[in-house]
Design a protein around this ligand. Structure first.
Ligand SMILES: Nc1ncnc2c1ncn2[C@@H]1O[C@H](COP(=O)(O)OP(=O)(O)OP(=O)(O)O)[C@@H](O)[C@H]1O
Length: 595
């Protein structure tokens, strides 16, 4: 199997029951038509596993489409790709037949081909243009570079573009096949909207592709009203198919994307988001020096000279770690963050893509949507903000299908930091609630040392993943120590009663204070607040501290305990202190434990 046909590496999962519609026979004299179907195909997903050694065979009916030969010709001659991956032909035929289409594929699954290929074909056949709405400049630049290398005429319209650029769209000579724009540009630029209408009326507009469509939902938290204007596209260009593409959308996010784009009649194509070649590990953080040593020794022993990304939270964190790895450990690393000058950013990214820089220590701004095949490891020094973010960031690894490592380091203070950020960052209560729920889910993932990591991640996207299919490719499946099914409801109940007593005494309590009181430890603050006088003081004296912490954190994840934040204005730098309240009695009774 050649390098361009690595389907076996992706594993194959059949289309989810009822989610992929059998496409009607195309009209006799084929040309793109307005959506015919009224089927609404988005349903909760269910993943069916089938034999992964079988090469992917698209539906034979699709290969009878009148344009099929053109598709294969361009796929092979322009994109140098010899075969289809799962759902590629299906989604391409869907837009070629004029349907709005929702395309959910795993990271590195080959989504770009599903809009680039039909765009090139329709540009050749009818000189039509495809508009690609993309959220990141780096992503646009990367795709433009790769398309231009293949001889595909592509332009980017961004905030610096002027009306002059519109003339490029009207040029009768080499009209671009793809035009990349940001969502803001579409919403705010009246000349662009006018141009789209003109192209539409002249039958020169083939498709609108919304890449990384999940960003519509995350941005929606703050720009919801503005984004609702994206409906302008569907309302004013009714016969132009819209394709939404993403690797990360929960069922709820899918609904949001569909509503934002007003494509309720879209055909939905989903598949398993599993990335079989990625090895997932969660590790407890030690102290700072121990952690850096752990990372450096891991790279030296397993990935020296190979490409990787280490995600950290702040500019200074990135710079510090890159310096230490380079100077103390001989691992040449470079920092990348939002505060770098634009030219420097481009330089670092380009050098990394060419393999001249191997390790980049980056904030989340790095690598999204960029297709570098040989990333062998992704390390999270700190927690990602959500499981979606985690899936996207780890998705930078192993795009060539070869084994790659994803390590996530966890400690409670990171979770605390994340929750505080969620509390502070939320522009409104709804957004803040969502951010906190996302953060809780990440903490839950870190705490869970029994369930398969893939099962956990994919369940976030409402997909089932049977543990046996992981084949030991995560820390929890590899760990052969016994798993005990324990009823911890009495301990949980004692904790809740204790917190209620604290609450009744009209005192605020931090996590440490509550755990100390639970274990009967008389620390200074416990004494000061007179928690040692409570009836429940020391109710679980003798319990192992790690177990008590874990129980407390699980109760927090389940929202039995809810953090709230009090601003401490006495210090010159405004700080928030985290206190806990009993929020609700939920049904946490049993938990799986592995000590
Ligand atoms: N049918 C195919 N056979 C072999 N390689 C393919 C095929 N389709 C796409 N590829 C390659 O797979 C790689 C990943 O594709 P692409 O960048 O489109 O991923 P993606 O789905 O957009 O991922 P992400 O969401 O992570 O950005 C690219 O190098 C692309 O050339």
């Amino acid at each position: 199997m050649g390098p361009d046909s690595d389907d076996a590496l992706w594993g194959h999962f059949g289309p989810e029951n009822g989610e992929v519609e059998i496409v009607n026979d195309p009209p006799l004299h084929w040309q793109p038509v307005a959506p015919l179907s009224t089927h609404i195909l988005h349903q909760p997903s269910r993943t069916i596993s089938v034999d992964s050694s079988r090469p992917y065979e698209p539906d034979a009916e699709l290969t009878k489409r009148p344009y099929y030969k053109d598709l294969v010709d361009v796929r092979e001659s322009v994109f140098k790709i010899q075969s289809w991956r799962e759902n590629q032909l299906e989604t391409i035929c869907s837009v070629m037949d004029g349907y709005d289409t929702f395309n959910l594929m795993p990271t590195g699954g080959g989504k770009s081909l599903t809009f680039q290929l039909p765009a090139v074909v329709m540009n050749r056949l009818k000189k039509q243009i495809t508009i690609v709405i993309s959220p990141l400049i780096a992503l646009m630049v990367d795709q433009q570079r790769s398309l231009e290398e293949r001889g595909v005429n592509t332009i980017i319209l961004n905030s610096e573009s002027t009306q002059h650029h519109a003339s490029l769209l009207h040029s009768h000579g080499s009209r671009p096949a793809l035009v990349y724009v940001s969502p803001e540009k579409i919403i705010t630029s009246s000349w662009l909207q006018r141009t789209l209408l003109e192209l539409y009326n002249q039958d020169r507009l083939f498709m609108l592709a919304v890449d990384e469509a999940h960003t519509i939902t995350s941005w929606g938290n703050t720009f919801r009203e503005t984004l609702s204007e994206l409906c302008w596209l569907r309302e004013n260009l009714p016969n132009t198919p819209i394709m939404a593409l993403t690797a990360t959308a929960t069922v709820q996010h899918r609904e949001e994307i569909i509503n934002t784009l007003c494509i309720s009649r879209c055909k939905m194509f989903t598949m398993s988001l599993n990335r079989p070649n990625l090895n997932y590990v969660v590790k407890r953080k030690s102290d700072r020096n121990g952690l850096i040593k752990d990372i450096a020794e891991f790279i030296q022993s397993k990935h020296m000279g190979q490409t990787g990304i280490i995600y950290r939270q702040s500019r200074k964190d990135c710079e510090d770690l890159a310096t230490i790895l380079t100077e103390a450990w001989g691992i040449h690393a470079q920092a990348f963050h939002a505060k770098l000058e634009p030219e420097e950013k481009k330089r670092v990214q380009a050098m990394w893509q060419r393999g001249e820089i191997k390790v980049v220590v980056a904030t989340i701004a790095f690598g999204m949507g960029v297709d570098k095949k040989d990333v062998r490891f992704v390390i999270h020094y700190a927690l990602p903000g959500s499981m979606s973010e985690y899936y996207q960031e780890t998705g930078r690894a192993g795009r060539d299908g070869n084994p790659s490592d994803c390590i996530l380091y966890y400690q409670y203070s990171d979770a605390q930091w994340l929750m505080k950020c969620a509390f502070q960052d939320g522009k409104n209560e709804l957004a803040s609630k969502q951010l906190r729920a996302d953060a809780r889910r990440v903490v839950e993932y870190c705490l869970n040392n029994t369930d398969c990591r893939r099962t956990q991640t994919l369940s976030y996207f409402s997909q089932e993943f049977p543990r046996e299919m992981c084949k030991g490719q995560c820390d929890n499946c590899r760990d052969k120590s016994p798993i005990n099914w324990e009823d911890v409801s009495y301990e949980a109940y004692d904790f809740i009663r204790l917190a209620e007593e604290v609450h009744a005494s009209r005192q605020d309590a931090t996590r440490i204070m509550l755990i100390d009181t639970f274990l009967g430890k008389t620390g200074e603050s416990v004494k000061n607040k007179r928690f040692d006088q409570l009836k429940s003081f020391g109710v679980r004296r003798g319990t192992n501290r790690g177990r008590a912490e874990r129980l407390f954190d699980e109760l927090t994840c389940k929202q039995v305990f809810e953090p709230h934040y009090v601003s401490n204005n006495n210090t010159h730098k405004k700080q928030l202190t985290e206190y806990f309240l009993v929020c609700a009695m939920r049904s946490l009774v049993c938990s799986l434990y592995r000590d």
